[in-house]
Design a binder for this molecule. Structure first.
Ligand SMILES: *Cc1c(COP(=O)(O)O)cnc(C)c1O
Length: 233
């Protein structure tokens, strides 16, 4: 069941790559396993999936401990500074850096673990009030500040696009993030790479790939709908 879903998503990514003249190897599928049990992650693992995304520190840590160490765990959700210490040695990539203070905490924890921690800057392209992330205009100034931190490595940008009925509506959002990343890359800043563009979820990942996503974060499309009732959070 999960294998079939995974293969379906991979096939759609391949086709989106074909349509836009890109290579499927340039797109990493992150299986967003938040709220889902370890048994389902094992199923995805057996189908060859190795990269997983979680949005809660506690859940990421619990699954990290329980599952084989050759998996990669991406922190994709809003991150509180007091929780950075729990994932500093576990997260392969933190997608959700949106303030200098958070980056400074990551710097401290990186130094403590003698590790340079890879991060993305979360950009709220559509300026939705309900979402975290900096505006398009704030992104470069923030990157200039974070670039001075030796244990934090900026690898690119991330966005969570609005929830829309028709994924085409998000095309301009993805195109704007991609353009920003091209502009920043052109500045050739020290300690800043712009090789990762994390954009696209179950509803809109094909459009995101067509617009240049190098990481897509797909949960529902692989594991099915999430149950947020009661304590199953
Ligand atoms: C939950 C989540 C996803 C996956 O959402 P789906 O619509 O289930 O694919 C992707 N990115 C972030 C940041 C999320 O929190």
């Amino acid at each position: 069941m999960i294998r079939t879903q995974l293969e379906e998503v991979q096939e759609r990514i391949r086709k989106a790559c074909q349509r836009s003249g890109r290579s499927p190897e340039d797109v990493t599928l992150i299986a967003v396993s938040k709220t889902k049990p370890v048994s389902m992650i094992r199923e995805a693992m057996e189908a060859g999936q190795t990269v997983f995304g979680e949005n809660k520190v506690q859940e990421l840590c619990a699954k990290y401990e329980e599952l084989p160490k050759d998996l990669s765990w991406h922190m994709i959700g809003h991150l509180q500074r007091n929780k950075v210490k729990y994932i500093a040695d576990k997260a392969a990539l933190i997608h959700s850096v949106d303030s200098l203070r958070l980056a400074e905490t990551i710097e401290q924890e990186g130094a403590r673990h003698n590790r340079v921690i890879p991060v993305l800057i979360e950009v709220n392209v559509a300026q939705e009030e309900s979402k975290f992330g900096v505006s398009l205009e704030e992104t470069l100034p923030l990157i200039e500040e974070i670039a001075g931190l030796p244990h934090v490595k900026i690898r690119g940008l991330m966005t969570i696009a609005p929830f829309v009925e028709n994924p085409e509506e998000n095309r301009p959002v993805f195109a704007a993030l991609r353009q920003l990343s091209v502009d920043i890359k052109g500045k050739n800043m020290n300690n800043v790479d712009m090789d990762i563009l994390s954009m696209g979820m179950t509803n809109d990942y094909e459009v995101a790939v067509e617009e240049g996503a190098t990481m897509v974060r797909v949960g529902t499309g692989i594991f099915g709908a999430r149950d947020y009732s009661a304590e199953n959070r």
